[in-house]
Design a protein around this ligand. Structure first.
Ligand code: NAD
Length: 459
């Protein structure tokens, strides 16, 4: 498989991919290694993952550059991802013991001795498949494989074909840090290799990617009754009330829409602004977007780089053209940039209606539709008018008003005066087409264990 730099279109590396036979072989190794890894004392598993965290910090600049070259993330943002990763890993390192502690739920005593004890013990699932996306490969990968390894599972990890070199670096660093070579194995290739991995009798499937692939995967494994976690796309809306500091809201939301060149699952994908401040908000928003530096992602000053995938250029064009045909107004951007690489202009459209592709389908690029609303009720109705349910937010000075709105929103995460934000302490969970299950938080650790009910009666 050829790894292509999306900024220059040059081939960076040729990597060998797996086939059905090598995937089966990797599965057999991971299966054989699992009991010993599960029986390794938790402190040793924690020590290995702590060494992994430290190794990443040491190699940060090289790892950031690898990511930038293979998927186009501006290098300053690649470093941000790696810096923030330490906090996520610390959360898992500090909280796994608590999650794994058996719970005694009943203890009937006869004097000093226990007559009947009921307890819940948490056991690993076994061998888990982790099929991952390219947009934040360090974050979305480690949301799965770190708690999976800490809780005693072995992992077959298929990085996205657009983040393979990062995936191989993850494998190398885990092995160097003391995770046995058969406890974590990278599986290399595109969707066909992912499908071959799912043909193996794994005990859990954890997928991050698009709704389309997620649905296919859920259908493929449904009859096997294995644990499935799906972290899928979004069409995340935000409502800007008329009482805000307009410039501050515009700065925050333009960043939420365009950071990582708009390729975040929780990017702001739709904005509804109250009519009373709409024209001022549009002016400020466009002003902020025009200030973004677009260019070579290897330049520290670059804020917008190329898209990771060529196909997305056509998708963005389709969304812009469809919106214009249906009456939207283009305020800035709107087309590909005539230079090598998959560059698309940061684009802002207004006078949008909710039947436009721009307002219904995930854009995954530096493009946003901004609609105008007359009331909180209208904003709530339009925000919820989507098949997705990952995040949603509101900007207002009034906390009670914001709370009343957030309670009505059908999304896994809600934000007041912030956006495009993920916390290791909170569950990351999508509703409707945005997914199934949770990662992060203690819920996200528990996703990788199964409870066993112990009934113990004294003879
Ligand atoms: P994608 O669905 O194209 O691919 C995801 C992974 O699935 C890749 O590794 C790919 O090789 C593999 N794959 C493709 N077909 C397969 C098949 N038939 N069987 C098994 N595996 C298969 O998604 P992508 O382009 O890599 O990622 C972008 C999407 O991911 C966006 O929709 C984004 O919103 C979503 N995402 C969600 C989250 C979240 O936490 N909710 C995080 C990051 C990305």
């Amino acid at each position: 498989m050829q790894i292509k730099n999306p900024a220059t279109l040059s081939i960076i590396e040729d990597v060998a991919t797996d086939d059905a036979a090598s995937v089966a072989n990797k599965y057999a190794r991971a299966r054989k290694a699992q009991p010993a890894w599960a029986n390794t004392p938790l402190e040793r598993r924690v020590a290995a993952l702590r060494a992994f965290r430290d190794a990443i910090a040491k190699e940060r600049d090289t790892l950031a550059l690898t990511l930038t070259r293979e998927m186009g993330k501006p290098v300053a943002q690649a470093k941000n991802e790696l810096n923030a990763l330490a906090g996520r890993l610390d959360f898992f390192l500090e909280n796994t013991a608590k999650v794994l502690t058996p719970e005694v739920v009943l203890e009937e005593r006869d004097g000093a001795s226990a007559k009947l004890v009921e307890s819940i013990v948490f056991e690993p699932l076994g061998v888990v498949a982790n099929i991952s996306a390219w947009n934040y490969p360090w974050f979305v990968g480690s949301n799965v494989f770190v708690p999976a390894l800490l809780t005693g599972n072995t992992v077959l990890y298929k990085p996205s074909e657009h983040a393979t070199l990062t995936g191989l670096a993850i494998e190398r660093l885990l092995h160097q840090s003391g995770v046995p070579s058969d406890a974590f194995i990278a599986v290399v290739g595109a969707g066909d290799v992912g499908a071959a991995l799912l043909a193996q009798p794994v005990n859990g499937v954890f997928f991050t990617g698009s709704y389309r692939t997620g649905k296919k995967i859920a259908e493929q494994v449904a009859s096997r009754f294995v644990r499935v976690g799906l972290e899928l796309g979004g069409k995340d809306p935000t409502y800007v009330c008329e009482d805000v500091d307009v410039r501050k809201a515009a700065e925050s939301l333009a960043d939420g829409a365009m950071y990582n060149t708009g390729q975040s699952c929780c990017s702001v994908e739709r904005i509804y602004v109250h009519r009373a401040v709409a024209s001022q908000f549009l002016k400020e928003f466009v002003d902020v977007v025009k200030s973004f530096t677009l260019g070579d992602p290897e330049d520290e000053k670059t804020y917008i780089g190329p898209l990771a995938r060529e196909e997305q250029l056509a998708e963005l064009e389709l969304q812009v053209n469809d919106a214009l045909q249906k009456g939207a107004k283009l305020l800035v951007g709107g087309k590909r940039i005539a230079r090598p690489g998959y560059y698309f202009e940061p684009t802002v459209l207004t006078d949008v209606s909710d039947d436009m592709r721009l307002m219904r389908e995930e854009s995954f690029g530096p493009i946003i539709g901004i609609g105008v609303v007359d009331s909180d009720q209208e904003a709530i109705r339009r925000m919820n008018d989507t098949e997705y349910g990952l995040t949603a937010g509101v900007y207002s000075r009034d906390e009670r008003r914001a709370e009343a709105i957030l309670r009505e929103l059908d999304a896994g995460s809600v934000y007041w005066n912030c956006c495009d934000r993920v916390s290791p302490r909170l569950p990351w969970t999508g509703r409707k087409h945005s997914g199934l299950g949770s990662t992060l938080s203690t819920h996200g650790i528990r996703s990788f264990v199964q409870p066993k009910a112990w009934h113990r009666r004294a003879p």
